[in-house]
Every structure is written in C-alpha cells, then in structure tokens.
Design a protein around this ligand. Sequence first.
Ligand code: ATP
Ligand code: MG
Length: 401
Amino acid sequence: MKFNRILVRYGEISTKGRNRSQFTSRLRRNVLGVVSDMPKIKVEATRDRMHVYLNDEDGEEVMKRLKTVFGIQSFSPVVKCNKEKDEIQKTALDMMKKVATNKTFKVTVKRADKSFPYDTNELNHMIGGFVLKHTEGLHVDVKNPDYTLQIEIREEGVYLSNEKINGAGGMPAGASGKAMLMLSGGLDSPVAGYLTMKRGVEIEAVHFHSPPYTSERSKEKVIELARILSGFSGTIKLHIVPFTEVQQTIHQQVPENYTMTSTRRMMLKITDLIRAKENGLAIVTGESLGQVASQTLHSMSAINAVTSTPVLRPLISNDKTDIIDSAKEIGTYDTSILPFEDCCTIFTPPAPKTRPKLEKIEYYESFVDFNELIEKAVNNVETIMLNPQSKGNHQEFEELL
Ligand code: ATP
Ligand code: MG
C-alpha cells in the first residue's frame, strides 16, 4: 500500500499559544533538514497540523527519519484515492489487512465535500462492512478501538489513514535559542546535546582537536556523532578547533597537576568566543558531578571562572549507567565507545588536582599571552554543516561497529 503524504501532529507546541507560528516554522525547517536529499518532498505547516507531501519519494524512509525529530507528537501515513465508492472500499481493506488481525477498529468519516452522494452514516457502514466481510479476526469497537480508520472526503479526492506512530515529543530544536555544545568523542556530551535539543534549543557543536596527538580518526568520530545528533534537529553546525598549540603551551607553562584545569579553562574561553560570534546564548557540557577529577565542584568553579555565560550541564546528577542507556537509545553509544584518543586523555596528568585554587591557576597562566593563542585558534576553526544524510565516513564507521 503506497501512501502519498504524512500527517504530522505537533507536540508541546500546541500548548504554547504565543510562539506557535515561530515553533511551526522551525519544525518545518527541521523536517526539511532531515529529508534534504529528497527534493520532491513538500512540507506545509498549518496552525495545528503539518502535511508532508511525498511526491513519489520513499515514505517508509521519511517516516523513519520523522521519528527522531523533536516537536512531533505523532504522525500518520495517509493514502489518497479517487472519489469512487469501489476504490475507497478497496483502499480501506488493503490498509486494514496490512496492519492487523485479531484487532478492533472503527471507521470515522469526515465529509468535507458535501456534494458526495453518500452521507457520513452510509459511508461508515459501507466501508466498515466491506472491511469486515473481507477480513478474518477484525472486529468493530467504537469505544476503544485498536485502530481508527480515518476517512476524509474532499473535493480533490479521498484521504485514508489508520496508523498513528509516536514521534520524539519535546519541542522543535531552535525554537528556544541557541547554545554551543562542547562535544568530545565520549559518551556523555552527545547525550547532553540530545537533552538540550529536546527542550527546543538549537545546538552548534564545538570540538577540540590536537593533531598529531589526536588522529584524523578521532576527528571523524566526532563528525559522526554530530551527524547522528542532526537527526533530532535537521542540521548541525560543527566547529573543529585546532588546539595543539594551546595545549603544548599549557604543558610548558603550568605545573603538571594544574594542566587539566588550565586546559578546561582554555577550552571554555574558546567556546565562549565562538558562541559570541555565532550569537549563542549558553554553553552545554556533558559534565556530571564527581565522575572525574575535572568534575568536582572545586574544579568546575575554577574552570567556570573564565566566563559569565550560562553553562548548562544537563547530566549533572546522572549516573553513568543511565547515561549509557540514553546513549544506546539515541544511537550514539556504538560510535562513542570506539577507542580513539581524545585531546584531554592524551595530556591528562597522572594526578590532576581535584581541588584546584583559582588564584594559583590564574597566577600560572599569567606568564604567557594565552589570548593571542586563543585568538589564533578561533581564527583557524574549521566549520562543517551536517545533516543526517551527510556523506563522510559513516559507512566506514559502520564497518567498524
Ligand atoms: P564525555 O563522555 O562527554 O567525554 P567525560 O566523562 O569523558 O565526558 P571529560 O572528558 O572530563 O568527561 O569532559 C567533560 C566535558 O568537557 C565533556 O562532556 C565535554 O562537554 C567537554 N569536553 C571534553 N573534551 C572535549 C573536547 N575534546 N572537545 C570538546 N569538548 C570537550
Ligand atoms: Mg571524555
């Protein structure tokens, strides 16, 4: 059974009266982002519904992609047929045969075209009766059916749907401003990005890369993680920061047990500069309290002192096991656990300070003009736009998984 369009129902946006048009246009943009390789698709967003017109593109594939887009409550594939009684009956039967045996259903008819020769009641019986007669194990239940076969008679044709598929819920990413996600190759930061997007925030990812200490492979891994995250929002911008020189300078200048704190401070400073350039409002990290030396309250406080920009830490109180479960659910787990080095792990001292002192770190850093190095790093950022269909090395990654 080939369907021609998909009816999309909104999630939380329906409750947000004032911003509704902004939300719907954002959702439309995000949906177009996930199907950007299917140029024939047209998307029309009205106040409380969205219609995705397939125009012969692959409907199953489109539905697979819609499932991850935030802001969608549910959606239904819709079949269009001619306004002929026989054709409506046959289409209804084909659709019901496909979904169920030993299930209950009911027919609801909306007759927008008042010139159609049968009224709602007649249509109900005609179609319901036909389906019952030609199937086994289907029963009618008008109160609490497993399936509702919705039929809409319009001027231009008849639309039928009988499936309702749950969407990802949440709010369309981008409807509540933009934040910079500090994206490492690890397990935590992709999950932090996902949770932030789910609340309607657009994410731009920032990754610190230190060649030749970190390989091309580790960079490709982060590109792949950003590509997966783009499935929730349509597109994602990823900034890759050349960090080698800053890291080397830290290691020359700062006592070993303070290098980790200083590295984190420089990362945050650079991310904040990129944020200002890109008009972001906040920074997101995958930190969770107490996990490692850099994630004690003392460390966070010394690191955070470089900026007054809000730093969101959606995973702050989560256990690692919960984060792992989430990573599996959103599809980043297999990529995150690939064993490529990260710039932080390479330079991690054997005994980083868990209670760094701000005065000390500021003193150690004062011997070098870090601002010059930071500026240079920001000016040499490599920026890539990603969407779920982005080519890149993900085929190669799939082979590794
Ligand atoms: P993750 O699993 O996200 O790597 P983690 O438990 O390994 O986190 P850390 O390595 O201490 O913890 O990193 C804490 C946070 O700092 C990360 O969640 C991420 O937001 C940021 N971060 C760490 N390394 C990088 C990097 N190379 N580029 C960008 N951000 C980074
Ligand atoms: Mg890490």
